[in-house]
Design a protein around this ligand. Structure first.
Ligand SMILES: N[C@@H](CCC(=O)N[C@@H](CS)C(=O)NCC(=O)O)C(=O)O
Length: 280
């Protein structure tokens, strides 16, 4: 029966069994979206090459009817190409391009600072046999001791939420990045926050962050795929006097946020612009 078809997924897990890798998270959602049952091969950072029979040093990897497919993007493309009769992940070339842009922006804006804020948690939460490798490989990547990188995060964490405003704005206008229903763009973006939740022992976002609606709906998809007991809450960042506003409370205005349907729609803006000119 087509719907009962199973695909094997090599997971990258923490000691709790929770997936850490954002690439594996995106793949888990991709497989669920396509309606596959998944057989998980558990494991952590070390021994990937051995687990995959010498085929890969990185995860995710899937095996479908004996065919090995590596790399999260290649897996998504493979699933769409091989199973066109199942719901589409990547609707067209522009979805792929724009999703890569969004993802690159999210990594620069959120993953990079959060990596530095949670890197010791990331190591401490990994499987005991992975600690030495995670420490040495991440210290090689960062050029500093993990403890030194994470130190002082309480001063840095409040500066990340305000930078996510363009993303909030999009999700105020659209239920999902995919429109009425989620698609691979949602899964790539959700994967950033799933990775964060897997390692964040102190929350990165305030309790009232407007992103919460999309995040909660995304984590609840497919029977609560993102709700592993090893996940930490993303919400509850406590701000201190002097910290920046975490998100814009005013409704967005202006050229990007409003539709020009004639002079009535731009009157308030025009009055403001005219006042500014009169004042000079
Ligand atoms: N381009 C690959 C990247 C996969 C990747 O870098 N995975 C990381 C986990 S986030 C990994 O396997 N790391 C193993 C290691 O650190 O040794 C994809 O999209 O699947």
């Amino acid at each position: 029966m087509a719907n009962a078809k199973r695909i094997t997924l090599y997971d990258l897990q923490l000691a709790s069994g929770c997936t850490i890798s954002p690439f594996v998270w995106a793949t888990k959602y991709a497989l669920a979206h396509k309606g596959f049952e998944v057989d998980i091969v558990p494991g952590g950072f070390t021994g990937i090459l051995e687990r995959t029979g010498g085929r890969s040093e990185r995860l995710p990897v899937i095996v479908d009817e004996g065919k090995w497919v590596l790399d999260s993007w290649l897996i998504a493309e493979y699933l769409d190409a091989t199973y066109p009769d199942r719901p589409t992940l990547i609707g067209g070339p522009s979805v792929k391009t724009l999703t890569k842009f969004l993802e690159g922006w999210l990594w620069r804006t959120a993953v990079t600072p959060w990596f530095g804020c949670y890197i010791k948690d990331y190591r401490d939460l990994s499987l005991p046999q992975d600690h030495a490798y995670v420490t040495s490989s991440r210290e090689a990547m960062l050029g500093r001791k993990i403890e030194d990188v994470q130190a002082g995060r309480e001063d840095r964490l409040p500066h990340v939420p305000p930078t996510l405003e363009p993303f909030r704005q999009i999700l105020r206008e659209s239920k999902w990045l995919g429109g009425d229903r989620p698609d691979y763009a949602d899964y790539r973006a959700l994967a950033v926050f799933l990775w964060t939740g897997s390692v964040a022992t102190t929350p990165p976002l305030t309790a009232d962050d407007p992103l919460r609606d999309w995040l909660d709906r995304g984590f609840d998809l497919y029977g609560g795929l993102g709700r592993h007991p090893g996940m930490h809450t993303l919400f509850g960042l406590k701000l201190r006097p002097g910290d920046p506003e975490p998100f814009t409370k005013e409704p967005a205005r202006g050229g990007l946020a409003s539709r020009n349907t004639g002079p009535a729609s731009t009157r308030a803006e025009t009055e403001m612009l005219t006042r500014a000119r009169a004042a000079h």
